[in-house]
Design a protein around this ligand. Structure first.
Ligand SMILES: [Fe+2]
Length: 240
């Protein structure tokens, strides 16, 4: 008799580019972004269409899922706060820090929301944001063992982490925390030159090779302090 297959559904939502992915016995079967179905760019709503696509592709329904994983510790409000913080300065770090405990508490609330939206009553887990990044890089990679480095805007608090992946295990060993973030520095530049945060970064990245690094020293002297060991601090005098 065949062993019953194990299905895991991964979800990201309420930040940018909501998406879903389904894994069967450790293999990715299908993955999709919600915007492909709704035709709304960066659609951040609950990815009900993407989830349906994944389940249909796998040929199963909710009740056959062994696990649902949400991509971080939930922070519905945090998204708004962060975007406000970045896009509509001078809303400052003080209000941002004050709001942090709010979204940490919403973890419980997010569980209920997933149950309700999916009409699901099985197990849900909330891996840390950078664990999710590390997993999404390491597990599909061809390596059984690898050093892992993750860098983004910000997860819960973490902006950069490193660790080791071995077989089906990942251990993150150290991190750099908000507000010291290469991703947010990149977003600040994206905003500064007139593009939208969490949207125009790829345009900046695409345009970068056409330029000359003539501001490199200015940036390294004033905006960021890069240490001997490769860690860094953002000079907050220039950011609010
Ligand atoms: Fe991230």
């Amino acid at each position: 008799m065949n062993k019953r297959a194990k299905y895991i559904l991964g979800i990201s939502a309420y930040y940018h580019d909501s998406a879903a992915c389904i894994v069967k016995d450790g293999e990715i079967l299908a993955a999709a972004q919600e915007e492909r179905f709704t035709r709304i760019k960066h659609d951040h709503r609950f990815p009900k269409n993407a989830i349906k696509f994944c389940l249909d592709y796998a040929g199963i329904d909710n009740s056959q899922l062994d696990l649902v994983a949400f991509y971080d510790k939930p922070f519905l409000k945090f998204e708004r706060i962060l975007e406000t913080y970045l896009t509509y300065a001078p809303v400052g770090i003080k209000s941002f820090l004050k709001a942090m405990p709010l979204w940490i508490k919403e973890k419980i609330w997010m569980k209920e929301l997933i149950y309700k939206k999916m009409n699901y009553n099985g197990k849900i887990i909330f891996p840390e944001h950078h664990e999710s990044h590390a997993a999404s890089a390491f597990y599909p990679s061809p390596y059984n063992e690898a050093a892992i480095l993750t860098m983004d805007g910000v997860g819960e608090w973490t902006t950069t982490s490193y660790g080791i992946g071995k077989d089906n295990h990942i251990e993150l060993l150290a991190d750099i925390k908000f507000p010291h973030s290469l991703g947010l520095l990149y977003s600040a530049f994206t905003y500064y030159i007139g593009f939208k945060v969490n949207s125009g970064e790829y345009k900046v990245m695409g345009l970068a090779p056409y330029g000359e690094p003539k501001y490199k020293d200015l940036i390294c002297d004033h905006l960021i302090d890069i240490k001997e060991d490769g860690s860094f601090r953002i000079k907050m005098d220039y950011f609010n």
